[in-house]
Design a protein around this ligand. Sequence first.
Ligand code: SF4
Length: 228
Amino acid sequence: MTLAPFVYSRLENLPPGGEKRVLLHSCCAPCSGEVIEAMVASGLNIEIFFYNPNIHPRKEYDLRKEENIRFAQKLGIPFIDADYDTASWFHRIKGMENEPERGRRCSACFDMRFERTALHAHEFGFPVMTSCLGISRWKNMEQINQSGIRAAARYEGLTYWTFNWRQGGGANRMIEISKREGFYQQEYCGCIYSLRDTNAWRKSRGRAKICLGEKYYTTMTPCEDTTS
Ligand code: SF4
């Protein structure tokens, strides 16, 4: 695989303390593709940690995970498949079901995923952890960073790397890589509430509701389901 030179220069020596070993929390293949390629091109020793019990339903969870595994295997990067403990996620989110995206529910969701990531980093001696969640323009970067910092602070010697993955062409590269690899293109953040709210938004604009598992970056399969 050929890697663009600018990818190497924009990440060189950037992890805190000049560390080379990084645990990357990943939510899906599209968001992690550019981050993974940039890290590999920068000579970092990374492992992918997939812990996303927020993703609903199971079919969507499996699809996002399998796409991520496919890309990790292609690059020969270790992939840690953590639990799908949805009961714990729903328990943590209880009372925040109607919060808007980027609100309190999302902070709790990030906290839960990053706390588990931090525990793994601690147990396996990673000095640095980070996440690709912030590369999406739909997310609040500061909200994600604060959650990551909180989680890493639980363990001495562990740092959350607050890198802005959108900068230096990262956001565009994310789309380019997704098209090149033909990744599955999810159309909502992940939880049952984001699916509910995205469908309500689409309905208010006369658009068809989301068809799970049908849209890919290369094929762009049109959604035919217009039922509400
Ligand atoms: S909208 Fe996304 S970040 Fe917020 S709670 Fe749902 S899955 Fe988590």
